[in-house]
Design a protein around this ligand. Structure first.
Ligand code: FES
Length: 138
């Protein structure tokens, strides 16, 4: 499930989807979950509650979790486990992932997809219009 993306809001394995099948669809990758430097609640909570360790599996879990929370704002443990059943993680034992998704649901219900204004993260996709960080750099 590492390659999961959202196609018209539905989690799909990108490795098993032909480009022609995705024609005229809206595709959201893990990079599209964040709003510029502001993380999606699932990204914030995976970082805060240990849902990501080595990170290899993380993009797929984040995309699946974001889709779940759009469909079910207050998922129970079974709904979370059902949603992530196609995603494998060798590091976390899944408990931290389930907890991260539960906490993301709480955060999302409280704040929508809007992160705390005081908690911007660095923009992983700087553009020519992004501010250039000031040095000195070693
Ligand atoms: Fe390492 Fe999931 S965090 S495989």
């Amino acid at each position: 499930g590492c390659c999961t993306v959202l196609i018209d809001g539905e989690p799909r394995l990108s490795c098993l989807t032909l480009a022609v099948e995705a024609e005229q669809t809206a595709i959201t990758t893990v990079e599209g979950l964040a709003d510029g430097p502001h993380l999606h609640p699932v990204q914030t909570c995976f970082a805060t509650y240990g849902g990501s360790q080595c990170g290899f599996c993380t993009p797929g879990f984040l995309v699946v979790a974001a889709a779940l929370l759009e469909e079910e704002p207050e998922p129970n443990d079974q709904q979370i486990m059902d949603a992530i059943e196609g995603n494998l993680c060798r590091c976390t034992g899944y408990q931290q992932i389930v907890e991260s998704i539960k906490q993301a649901a709480v955060l999302k219900r409280e704040k929508g997809n809007e992160p705390a204004a005081s908690d911007p993260h660095s923009n992983p996709h700087p553009t020519a219009h992004s501010p250039v960080p000031e040095g000195p750099f070693e």
